[in-house]
Design a protein around this ligand. Sequence first.
Ligand code: 0L1
Ligand code: MG
Length: 266
Amino acid sequence: MPKNTGRENQTLAKRLWDARTTAKAITPLGKEFPSLDAAQAYDILWEGIRLREDQGEQVVAYKMGLTSRAKREQMNLKDPIYGVLTDKMEYDYEHPFDLRGHIHPKAEPEIAFHVSRSFTSVPTPEEAFENCDLVAPAIEILDSRYEGFKYFSLPDVIADNGSSSSYLIGEPTRRDLIPDWRSLAEVKMDFLIDGTPTHHALASEISGNPLLSVVALCELFLSQGRTVPANVWILAGAATPAVALKSGMEVTLKTTLFSPIGFHAK
Ligand code: 0L1
Ligand code: MG
């Protein structure tokens, strides 16, 4: 396949779109196209976002993925990546989460930052903290569009928008009530399944400090000639391995900084 032509990238984005909307897993793109690299994969990701925008969806958040050692080991992948999240992907956790229409959904505990001023250069951690006005607990629901999803390559995951499916953002805390960005690393995160603590981690598992995921997103964006705009959420990445969802499961994230959040899967 000729590399990086817009037409091919649109075709591959549509293949991932169809896999998602029909809940039918596909062969990882990299198996068919071994030359697929991260640059082309990000182009495919953005083609997929254009398809969503054509349907009226709006980009309202970004995610950093593979930011913890636990996640990288779980997936056998080595570098952090970003994904793009729309308003339609935000899940209203007042209602049960319907597993129908998903392929192999998993949930993972995260922390999210709300950006109040755009980032036009790579910020220091202090500047990143200043540019965010809210910090919140979050849960990401992943649903890779690939068969045998443990064995895909990094470009495959990037093209598939970091396996993103849905996300929940809990009640935020004002950033100016958090005295020092460094203290975010000490937040304790408990991920409970059916009320049983299943994974526990300090938020330092997320990029050393979840705020550093914001800096990493800015670096990735600026290296691609993009800027992170104001009025978006950034999900910083998971603190623990993801948990496979089953019908009837009660998923809760408890932390030492925020009110608990969670959902019931049906
Ligand atoms: O959010 C993430 O850490 C991306 C993980 C991609 C792999 C997966 O599907 O679990
Ligand atoms: Mg995640």
